[in-house]
Design a protein around this ligand. Structure first.
Ligand code: 5GP
Ligand code: ZN
Length: 112
């Protein structure tokens, strides 16, 4: 989708600090980080939100990549959090499915 900001990042049309990229997934640093480590992991194919996933195998790919990135960055020692905001009350502001990978500080619970 040419008007979707995350599609454009995944396609390389808008710059981002990429952490990982393969044929299915892209991961890049959040422009407005909420923790010392804040990475967004997205499917390269446009999908509006978690509520719009047709092929459930996407979940294994997305979460597997996020866990592997966390391992590569050594985040599992102190821990990390994966978050998927969905829809308006879920706090989703970009309508392209993305998984937040957050680490590097004590993350409060419950979230706001
Ligand atoms: P949401 O609120 O939809 O769960 O998360 C969207 C995230 O995307 C936010 O944390 C926001 O900072 C990030 N974001 C929005 N636009 C851009 C952008 O152009 N580049 C990057 N790297 N992150 C973005
Ligand atoms: Zn998109």
């Amino acid at each position: 989708m040419s008007d979707c900001i995350f599609c454009r990042i995944a396609d390389g049309d808008i710059p981002a600090e990429f952490i990982y990229r393969d044929d299915k997934v892209a991961a890049f640093r959040d422009a407005n980080p909420q923790a010392p480590v804040h990475i967004l992991v997205i499917p390269r194919e446009h999908c509006e939100s978690s509520a719009h996933v047709d092929d459930p195998s996407l979940w294994s790919v997305l979460i597997d990549r996020a866990v592997k990135i966390a391992r590569e960055l050594g985040l599992e020692k102190d821990g990390y959090r994966m978050v998927i905001n969905t829809g308006e009350q879920g706090g989703q502001s970009v309508p392209h499915l993305h998984l937040h990978l957050l680490a590097g500080r004590n993350l409060g619970w419950p979230p706001g």
